[in-house]
Design a protein around this ligand. Structure first.
Ligand SMILES: [Zn+2]
Length: 377
């Protein structure tokens, strides 16, 4: 695609968004997990969600920056997948930048949602459930379901908007991007305000935090940036700026980083290109590169260096994610391409981070135990 073609499809810039008076806000003096969260104070809480084998209390840390005046309630969650750490760094840095005197309304930060997964550097809970498939949860369900339920009732349901921070799944990377429901005007405006380079119309995944919040009328942005198990400064910087811009958009703070220089690229069409042959992978494109139909994306060679196949792009687009593993089997997802523009059909190819390759982890609550056990060996 030509340079001008790309520019024409970059329809929305951050400047086009105005203030949104509809965020009246639920904040003021708050109660979370039975604890009082007064106005004009920063309050650190521990929200009990489970117990260890030895009976110790297992809690999710929550920090509330409650402003001196009532206003919107924005939640920011990170590490719903326990190995996705950039969001932890984003929350930490946001909390360094905003204090109660600067804030109207309340910012509720949950930097480590999956406290059990984080202990083991794992995306999942100890029973291999994906927490981001268990929302809105139930007080009588699995461990994951109970954690989801507690977070829903104590934080998400009462919020005006939310940002859920993720990275790519293990052995993949994502260029910083926001995924949300672009048909929802508020979600789209928040996504534009965030100012990540890419704004993707992503279908709601049943059981995800974003889906459950949407059902409660709470618009949520899913930020995806970087790799699992890392703190990446450039990604964290995009995320921090994005959270602050959303707060500014909601009228919660007066100052935020300026909108990005580059227009935001909106898309509702992304495709994972998969390997047809197994072998050693040499990528010819990098994260954020523009690609054209017919352009070589990668070459697969055998262990003796003999070329086995070269894969060409079937799309004009931009590389928004890719594998970080130099080895492929046939069927492995290698390069994720976004086709710029809105085509009125949200289409996101598998696998995205929100839908994992690990099929057994997607097994729903009712799946028989023997099946899950057999497939996780
Ligand atoms: Zn994730």
């Amino acid at each position: 695609m030509s340079e001008s073609g790309f520019e024409a499809q970059r329809a929305v810039t951050a400047e086009t968004v105005g203030a949104t008076p509809e965020y009246e806000g639920g904040a003021g003096p708050l109660q979370i997990g039975g604890a009082d969260v007064p106005e004009g104070a920063r309050t650190d809480l521990l929200l009990k969600v489970s117990e260890s084998y030895t009976g110790d209390r297992m809690s999710i840390p929550i920090t509330v920056v409650n402003g001196v005046r009532p206003g919107p309630l924005l939640f920011v969650t990170a590490a719903v997948h326990g190995d996705e750490l950039n969001g932890v760094g984003i929350v930490r840095e946001v909390l360094n930048r905003v204090g109660p005197p600067d804030v109207v309304g309340a910012l509720v930060c949950v930097p480590v949602v999956n406290v059990l997964g984080v202990q083991f550097h794992s995306r999942y809970l100890p029973d291999r459930r994906d927490l981001n498939r268990c929302f809105p949860g139930s007080p009588n369900g699995s461990t994951a379901s109970r954690i989801a339920y507690t977070l829903m009732t104590e934080v998400i349901s009462g919020a005006d908007a939310g940002i859920d921070l993720h990275t790519a799944a293990n052995r993949r990377m994502n260029v910083p991007q926001v995924r949300t429901n672009l048909a929802d005007r508020r979600a789209r405006e928040l996504g534009v305000a965030f100012g990540a380079p890419y704004l993707i119309d992503a279908p709601l995944r049943p059981g995800s935090l974003r889906d459950a919040a949407d059902r409660e009328g709470v618009p949520v942005l899913t930020f995806e940036g970087g790799q699992a198990l890392r703190f990446e400064d450039d990604v964290i910087e995009v995320g921090v700026a994005g959270v602050l811009r959303v707060m500014r958009h909601l009228g919660m703070i007066g100052q935020a980083p300026p909108p990005p220089d580059e227009p935001i690229l909106e898309t509702d069409e992304t495709h994972w290109i998969r390997a047809d042959r197994g072998g050693i992978l040499d990528l010819h494109v990098g994260a954020g590169d523009r690609v054209a139909v017919g352009q070589p994306l990668w070459t697969v060679t055998g262990p003796f260096g003999r070329e086995r196949t070269q894969q060409e792009s079937a799309y004009d687009g931009v590389v928004i994610g890719m594998t970080t593993l130099p080895l492929v089997n046939p069927g492995d997802a290698v390069v994720h391409i976004a086709v710029p523009g809105l085509h009125d059909h949200a289409y996101s190819d598998e696998p995205t981070d929100e839908e994992d390759l690990d099929v057994e982890a997607d097994a729903d609550e009712e799946s028989p135990r023997w099946w899950r056990r057999r497939t996780t060996q």
